[in-house]
Design a protein. Structure first.
Length: 462
């Protein structure tokens, strides 16, 4: 097809599903999709310089041309071959240095192997455009990065709003079309918080579904690998491929009528919202009820026990300290001081503290399981506030306060070792608000089907 026509078609594509259909029909080429994404990254008026730490433009172009040739010969490795994506700077890619959004690892040797989660997508023919920006070592929900710059949320860029973290560049890249999807990680909300702040979909699978090999750790007890994209179906596809499914079945939304959606009554997950979040959440609940879902309040008193268990820093502090302690001894001055302080909380935790934390977690998981079992999903706002201004977190106390606030609801799923997803529920022109659905451990397929039904009920032109 003429290159000009392919380029025009590429500008109209927002999702992986649309791209796959257009590639199969010959309306667009992989080269056109990649060129469009690279142009948006390179746009000096955009956020590409902050959303991506490195861009592999030449390699992406060469791969796209090769995949177009394979498709023309009937040999494309999958329907998604040639679709451009971003990869968070936490994943190993052979021959590249994994910096984790830091300068501490500038002299680390390049990776000798590619993380399985990334390799599985590459084998399907997805084109990695480059490494997306993130909070240093993934240890904050704000998305601030003093080393590579902080990409702004798509909302109110004149003011400059937080993108959410730690997968900040990942979410901004998806929102701005700098790739049709991107890979993130989620230890306490790092896929879902930026998804909520940037108006896209972010999925945190049950941790055991996707291998963590080749992913620089924050807290292995909580870490998980998840996608960000523009639809639930796109997230489901990427998750299935990363989990090792070679021929994923299309996502079929669950019937919304009769679904039971539970809201934890009188808990921090459903309190102290700003006015916009409160209004959008109430409107969302009303729409789901009209569509046939049963929205019910239920008691979940054990949430208070999660807060108590994490009061001294939890798994993130203790396990990150174990990984970083030697680096900190050698080059503490190269860390973002706010991240360094969070890691150093783990220095004060004893082996007895860690053992008790593990015991508390097991007890809380067992206690909560029967309370949530009757529901198809637990639903709350992803974050209790819309994206704060970057200027608000220049003060250290506000940095810590807002960080805890953004992560308040999302950390629950990680502690309980469950799957969860954030999808946008605001209308065009409104500040971004995320709706979080939490499922059961290894209930990922069911949660995605429920989320697809909710998404369809809420869908408005965006």
């Amino acid at each position: 097809m003429p290159a000009k026509d392919a380029a025009i078609a590429a500008t109209q594509i927002r999702t992986i599903a649309e791209a796959a259909d257009a590639l199969a029909a010959g309306r667009v080429t992989a080269e056109a999709l990649v060129e469009m994404a690279l142009a948006r990254i390179a746009d000096p008026a955009g956020e590409g310089a902050r959303a991506y730490i490195t861009v592999a433009a030449d390699a992406a172009r060469a791969q796209a041309r090769a995949l177009d040739a394979l498709r023309a010969a009937g040999r494309a490795p999958s329907p998604w071959a040639g679709i451009p994506i971003g990869v968070k700077d936490l994943f190993d890619i052979a021959g590249e240095r994994t910096r984790a959004g830091s300068v501490v690892l500038d002299d680390a040797p390049p990776a000798t192997a590619t993380a399985p989660a990334v390799m599985r997508l590459m084998r399907a023919g997805f084109v990695a455009l480059g490494r997306t920006n993130m909070t240093e070592f993934a240890f904050s929900g704000l998305g601030v990065n003093p080393h590579y710059g902080t990409p702004k949320s798509p909302w109110d860029r004149a003011t400059g709003r937080l993108p959410g973290g730690s997968s900040s560049g990942t979410a901004v890249a998806v929102a701005d079309g700098m790739g049709l999807a991107a890979l993130g990680t989620d230890t306490g909300g790092s896929c879902r918080v930026p998804a909520a702040m940037c108006g896209v979909v972010g999925f945190k699978p049950t941790a055991a579904r996707v291998p963590l090999a080749g992913v620089l750790p924050l807290a292995p007890s909580l870490d998980s690998v998840g996608p960000l994209a523009n639809t639930v179906a796109d997230c489901a596809l990427l998750d299935a491929l990363m989990a090792g499914e070679e021929d994923p079945a299309p996502l079929v939304p669950a019937p919304l009528g009769g679904l039971r959606l539970g809201i934890p009554r009188g808990t921090y997950m459903t309190e102290d919202f700003d006015a916009t979040v409160a209004r959008v959440f109430e409107r969302t609940l009303a729409r789901l009820s009209v569509a046939g879902a049963r929205v019910e309040l239920f008691d979940l008193p054990e949430l208070a026990d999660i807060s108590a268990a994490n009061a001294t820093g939890g798994f993130a502090a203790s396990e990150s300290w174990a990984w970083h302690r030697r680096l900190i001894a050698e080059r503490a001055d190269r860390y973002d001081p706010r991240i360094l302080a969070r890691i150093r909380r783990g220095e004060r935790l004893s082996a007895a503290d860690y053992i008790k934390l593990r015991e508390d977690r097991a007890r809380i998981i067992a206690a909560i399981a029967p309370r949530t079992a009757p529901f198809d999903a637990v639903i709350t706002p992803t974050c209790p506030v819309v994206p704060p201004a970057l200027a608000e977190v220049e003060d250290e106390k506000e940095y810590n306060r807002i960080n805890l606030l953004l992560l308040r609801n999302t950390t629950v799923a990680n502690f309980l070792d469950r799957c969860a997803i954030s999808l946008p529920c605001h209308e065009p022109g409104e500040p971004p608000v995320g709706l979080m659905l939490m499922g059961e451990r290894m209930g990922d397929a069911r949660l995605l089907a429920v989320a697809a039904a909710v998404e369809a009920a809420l869908r408005v032109p965006r």
